[in-house]
Ligand binder design. Sequence first.
Ligand SMILES: O=C(O)C(=O)C[C@@H](O)[C@H](O)[C@H](O)COP(=O)(O)O
Ligand SMILES: [Zn+2]
Length: 347
Amino acid sequence: MRIEMSLKDHSYDILLDHGAILQLSVEIQKWYKGKRIFVLTDKNVYGKHGGSLENVLSDFIVEFVVIEAGESSKSMSVYEYVLETLLDKQMKRGDLLITFGGGVVGDLGGFVAATLYRGVPYIQIPTTLLSQVDSSIGGKTAINSHKAKNMIGSFYQPKLVIIDPNYLKTLSDFEYKNGMAEVIKSACIGDTILFDKLLNGEIKTLEMIERTLLVKKKVVEMDEFDLKERMYLNFGHTFGHALEKQSDFEIAHGFAVAEGMLIALEIGEKIGITPKSIRKSLKLILDKYDLGLYNAKPIPLIEDVFYDKKNIQGELNMIFLKSIGNSVITPVTKEVLYECYNSQTLK
Ligand SMILES: O=C(O)C(=O)C[C@@H](O)[C@H](O)[C@H](O)COP(=O)(O)O
Ligand SMILES: [Zn+2]
């Protein structure tokens, strides 16, 4: 199926299907007149799928740039390495870059595409559940700073996204769960049917990815630059990012977001926005998908939380749920957060 991301003069298609990768060459030839294609990937993905991607791209001259797998590659030094390698390989301004891998490769590669020669065309081919349902679409590109996650980046939309769930067959259980947290987040903010289906455990992968993408498409089309509705996608991320950072990325993004959602619901209850029943249902879903909870103590995270990009001029905007599918953005102060966790009635 083809889902159009309608963003004025930088709209693009998302192709979603088992075997969608086989359409890659034909899709590229619709608008790309060059012969050379540069592929950014990591060692794991290159080992498993590099050869088959090369076969699919046999009409082109393909050059791979392969980085280490893992969050530590979303760094200034790896960013510099990728840029210099592409320049060494004589990549030119009109040449095409493909990011082939999970969220790290997609976020880093998108930022490389946005900044090399002030912008080269790129295609996202996400291979993990997390990147297929979330990070590969919407054009958020980023690397991490030593202070916090995704601090350096830009909005830069790809020309095409190819989502082939066949790649998920080689995904570890851990990576699958990591992506499920973003699916569950999307259900919370925008799809009650998806939420119920997850609760009842009865949904096929393709439908689950499609529904999750449609939640994201809706908010990104309303607010491409993350000033209002798009921030709903950050539900669970305020504390999630802080938890990831504090654990030195030992806790993976999805697992941190799972915990961050519970914290956001708990604060929402404390400040009178969120009914208690949501946290109960969410816990059931998180249990079902075995998203091991860390039971993080929010107090140590509060200072780090204020590095969040939703902290606009000293006010931290947090996403809360009024009900499933109905999110609100509400500013909270440090004092309110500390008060919430000093209260006797907590938990
Ligand atoms: O695409 C978005 O917008 C999101 O917020 C999706 C998030 O799941 C994703 O983790 C994103 O990279 C976090 O955004 P950030 O603005 O907090 O870096
Ligand atoms: Zn996320």
